[in-house]
Design a protein around this ligand. Structure first.
Ligand code: NAP
Ligand code: HSE
Length: 438
């Protein structure tokens, strides 16, 4: 049978890994796909540098990505360049030329997925994006196909390898934030702009995609609540451990009767949960379905060959269904496009969860009583509390509390009132707490 010919945009961490895996495992991949999948051309900015690394002359390396997407000898385009403007233009050009597309670009899918999938649907081609979430973990396929019987209730995940790597390095090696980030960059985990990782934006791109797939809603990245890890202190990490929790950057999307939660922020997770022990650049995603219960997906969340593993899986999928009727393929967003739901994304104030609070205060009589009165007035009940002499000394204490569940808008009101107490000597640290029980 005729081979399927692939054009690759970008030969960096992801594109380079894809070329390597396609070539190294060519025979095994062909046995699975039923046809050879052959890379024929790739585009980069610096052709000479790429040529030094990828010496097989059967793959043409050029510097004009539009030549790749318009090439009649290319059946599937792999977009592994990143960025939004040019990558978007190239994907639309590939679709217009009748080519299937495989992309790792979560920013693009989360922000422009709806229009991209509509164009692909109209043209009868597929845009596959397994590599966009969870690196090498086949989470898109699991949600879209494996869990198709279920009404999904919630998804919670560690879905950014860079921040998980940083938090682990800080906790286990005592590394500074800056050193840990630099190491993550050297290992190829971080985005071109690492603030996307550190500020939770990359995780929110991925969570937006998961939420759309789980609940059959359009991509709504602009409605996601996003907080990163840059405000976390070593003290918070230490207190959390003392209380039996780990702090992770968590993506959480949940269906409630009032709407859908879509939020990324640091969270305390009970240390006994498997997901709390996911370290380094590894990712893990919990999915709760009404029939199956809680399932957990774990694996390398970033890096060259793990991500290539997802890209190549998509190439094989697209190859297998090449001849299938376009209207009977697995829908891009799991649900048929005409059956998407208009369920609203909940404003953050309406989210109900538990909280860790750290109050840096003067060690004075009556402070605790005032704090507990404010919390009680807001209807917030305290589950646990410790008072520790502050690391800084000087007669200051850290009052650390865990609350029971309450609405975010109520904790916001209480924090504002506590912040006005004269005995407070700094900002109240607030970290959400998710028990993630089935
Ligand atoms: P990268 O290492 O920086 O590679 C980008 C590649 O694209 C390079 O080969 C670069 O060429 C090429 N490129 C950029 N602009 C170009 C242009 N205008 N014309 C031609 N070639 C161009 O990036 P990456 O880490 O592989 O990430 C690529 C995409 O995968 C991003 O969307 C990222 O979010 C996503 N992703 C990354 C990972 C990961 O672990 N890194 C995991 C999952 C998804 P030069 O080599 O000549 O500079
Ligand atoms: N920068 C991303 C991460 C790459 O660290 O998770 C994988 O999507």
């Amino acid at each position: 049978m005729k081979p399927v010919r692939v054009g690759i945009l970008g030969l960096g961490t992801v594109g380079g890994g894809t070329l390597t895996v396609l070539q190294r495992n060519a025979a095994e991949i062909a046995r699975r796909a039923g046809r050879n999948i052959v890379p024929v051309v790739a585009a980069v900015r610096d052709v000479a540098r790429a040529r030094e690394k990828f010496t097989d002359a059967s793959v043409r390396i050029i510097d004009d990505p539009f030549v790749v997407v318009r090439n009649p000898d290319v059946d599937i385009v792999v977009e592994a360049m990143g960025g939004e403007t040019l990558a978007r233009e190239l994907i639309f050009a590939a679709i217009a030329a009748g080519k299937h597309v495989v992309t790792a670009n979560k920013a693009l899918v989360a922000k422009h997925g709806t229009e991209i999938f509509a164009a692909a649907q109209q043209k009868g081609v597929t845009v596959a994006f397994e590599a966009a979430v969870g690196g090498g973990i086949p989470i898109i396929k699991a949600i879209r196909e494996g869990l198709t019987a279920n009404r999904i209730e919630w998804i919670a995940g560690i879905i950014n390898g860079t921040t998980n790597f940083i938090l682990t390095q800080m906790r286990d090696q005592g590394a500074s934030f800056a050193d840990a980030l630099q190491l993550a960059q050297e290992k190829g985990y971080a985005e071109a702009d690492p603030t996307f990782d550190v500020e939770g934006i990359d995780a929110a791109h991925k969570l937006t995609i998961l939420s759309a797939l789980a609940f059959g809603i359009p991509m709504q990245f602009d409605k996601a609540h996003i907080e990163g890890v840059s405000q976390l202190t070593r003290d918070d990490v230490r207190y959390a451990e003392q209380l039996g929790y780990r702090i992770k950057l968590l993506g959480m999307t949940r269906r409630t009767s009032a709407g859908i939660e879509l939020r990324v922020h640091p969270a305390l997770i009970p240390a006994k949960r498997l997901i709390a022990n996911v370290d380094g650049s590894m990712n893990a995603i919990l999915v709760k379905g009404d029939a199956v219960g809680v399932t957990l997906y774990y694996g390398a969340g970033a890096g060259s060959e793990p991500t290539a593993s997802s890209i190549v899986a998509d190439l094989v999928d697209v190859t297998r269904m090449h001849t299938a009727d376009p209207h009977h393929r697995v829908p891009h967003l799991a649900f048929q496009p005409e059956n998407l739901s208009a369920e609203p994304i909940l404003p953050m104030g309406e989210v109900r969860t538990r909280y860790y609070l750290r109050l840096p205060a003067k060690d004075e009589t009556g402070v605790l009583a005032e704090v507990t009165r404010i919390l009680a007035d807001a209807g917030i009940s305290i589950e646990a509390m410790v008072q520790q002499e502050s690391a800084a000394g000087n007669g200051l204490v850290d009052i650390v509390m865990l609350t029971h569940q309450c609405l975010e808008k109520h904790i916001d009101t209480a924090i504002a009132a506590i912040g006005c107490l004269p005995a407070l000597v700094g900002d109240v640290a607030r970290i959400r707490l998710e028990s993630l029980a089935g």
